[in-house]
Design a protein around this ligand. Sequence first.
Ligand code: GDP
Length: 398
Amino acid sequence: MNIAVIGLQFGDEGKGKIVDYLAEDFDIIARYSGGSNAGHSVLHNGKKFKLHLIPSGVLRGKIGVLGNGMAIDFSVLDEEFSSLKEEGIEPRIKISSRAHVVTSFHKIMDEREDEIIGIGTTRRGIGPTYETKVKRVGIRVGDVFDDNVMLKRLKLATKLWGIYYEKEVEKEARAIKEQVRKFKEFIVDTEIWLNEAIRAGKNVLFEGSQAALLDVDFGTYPFVTSSNTISGGMLSGLGVPPRVIDKIVGVMKPYMTRVGAGPFPTEIFGDIAKELRDKGNEYGATTGRPRRIGWLDLPLLRYAALVGGVDEIALTKVDILEGMKKIPVAFEYDCNGKRKYPPLHIENCKPIYNELDGWESIEDDNLWNYVRMIEKEAGAKVRIVSYGASREDTKLIG
Ligand code: GDP
């Protein structure tokens, strides 16, 4: 059995916890997109781990794959790897020879470009790394071991960006070589390794990063990340055929958050937003930025569940809304007429809210009415309800 876990909102739905919860039954946890712009926080044996690149399944001794669809900053990987080792965890990882390497130049360009474009990226160099990949001047992990190839590509990339200085490029090439060489034993053609493992009967959990509404094609463009984060992204991001995926699990919260700029029709401000932000600890795992807060948006949820092909849902953080008398939920949009799904431009849509009764605890009927409402609207069964950060605070249904 191979399953995929994807975020159904704007990220930070608690995918890390759900992947960690499910990881037990899998041999391999494979990531297919993004880089250190993503961040999971996972509570493991009472300790909080923040992981940006390494799949959280390694905490349970599983093999973590960093797929070809990723943009890897080896300085971040090195830090993450060392901090896991300090905690007594020996990460078992496989790094794709075809993943693209983030260099200092990519990070510089991310900053410069974001100053102009104003999307509010995490400035980790991820966007520019996909930019050089598509421009065909990127450096793949496996290219680093050929000095000529790496130097040539770095020269081309920096020339295209107008930041070429020979000495700087040579220095960076040496630094990258040094960083990547430390991981040489983990670098393989993961598309071959993974497909062979699947054929041999190993179970794989495909771990999405960011979320459906940040997907470069299906998100709120241009306020999106630079890769395909929906379930479809794993096919090209790991080199596996569609038929290997048996089930897709979408992770969502009963409210919504968003980091950085971009449309957010159900956004709320003031005291309630602050209360939920603090109670839910809604501050970025990667940047520490306070997350924007809003009510559940069903047009966006229906869309994410549809294009993500979601079979089951994991509903997290139901404890954060506990004690609220009424919970507003946007059932439709008014954008010159009622809409069940979001139109291409959602900026001018006004959410039409209904209020649902709030719940006092996990046992409360009102929570289960809410769960049934989500199942009906998203067209998928809610199989997991999470009511706390630790693994024990999880209810499996059915
Ligand atoms: P991810 O990127 O989707 O994994 O999300 P983050 O790691 O950024 O955010 C999830 C945060 O919420 C983490 O700190 C988790 O420990 C925490 N968390 C996950 N599920 C729950 C839950 O059901 N209740 C509470 N209170 N916290 C949760």
